[in-house]
Design a protein around this ligand. Structure first.
Ligand code: 13P
Length: 250
């Protein structure tokens, strides 16, 4: 059985005090023996605060991005080894906001994914189509293209130690959630595509849904056969809202 993962992407929000308080409230607000795992993705400067607040608890954490290079002349960037050094277990790669605004091409995302894997981090690969692409009937083609770039780099084996997050861009921060059926259709498409390469890896892979997930819609979304949890933005910024998602599914 795949364990549900409830993951909170804080994006560029918060403060040192908020990071400590929120991480600690989340870490102490869920039961580690249940079939649900929880993780948070704070901004880089607060990773250490989250590491301290979650020490000795089951709360996992990671960064929102990683550079694809190992070290050197990359001013302002952070390597996968540095994230491991800060005790991160995972890292987001290819979030749609980075793809759209910060130069994360499919090829660069694949390089970041591979860099995370080789450092021993669990990459959470974000994929998803824009509204224009959906309306143009290109959803499956876009998702295939995004997956193919990573497959070309690491092969299907790369997905044995990774998590996928399907985040339709039109559902992010808009309050417009994909219906459980709409999301399930794409999750099944993703799993089928990867199953054609390796049924075991695809069967064990967790595919999260992201886009306006909240306590009130999480249970219905995560009850779908191929939806194994969520990547949550807005509703991960207070312990109450984030734990409401945990409580709806635990
Ligand atoms: P919202 O939950 O705010 O729609 O954000 C989703 C997201 O982008 C998580 O990575």
């Amino acid at each position: 059985m795949r364990k549900i993962l409830v993951a909170g992407n804080w994006k560029m929000n918060g403060s040192n005090a908020m990071a400590k308080e929120l991480a600690s409230a989340v870490a102490n607000g869920f039961n580690s023996s249940s079939s649900v795992e929880m993780a948070v993705f704070p901004p880089f400067p607060y990773l250490n605060a989250v590491a301290e607040a979650s020490a000795g608890t089951a709360l996992q954490f990671g960064a929102q991005d990683v550079n694809e290079n190992q070290a050197g002349a990359h001013t302002g960037e952070t390597s996968a080894a540095m994230l491991v050094d800060l005790q991160c277990q995972m890292v987001l790669v290819g979030h749609s906001e980075r793809r759209a605004n910060y130069g994360d091409s499919d090829a660069r995302v694949a390089d970041k994914f591979a860099a995370a894997l080789s450092a021993g981090l669990l990459p959470v690969l974000c994929i998803g189509e824009s509204l224009e692409e959906r309306e143009g009937g290109e959803t499956e083609a876009v998702i295939s293209r995004q997956l193919d770039a990573v497959l070309a780099k690491t092969g299907i084996d790369g997905f044995a130690k990774a998590v996928l997050a399907y985040e339709p861009v039109w559902a992010i921060g808009t309050g417009k959630t994909a219906s459980p059926e709409q999301a399930q259709e794409i999750h099944a498409f993703i799993r089928d595509k990867l199953s054609a390469l390796d049924g075991i890896i695809a069967g064990q892979l967790r595919i999260l849904y992201g886009g306006s997930v909240k306590g009130s819609n999480a249970a219905e979304l995560f009850a779908q056969t191929d939806i194994d949890g969520g990547l949550i933005g807005g509703a991960s910024l207070t312990a109450e809202d984030f734990l409401a998602i945990y409580n709806a599914v635990a």
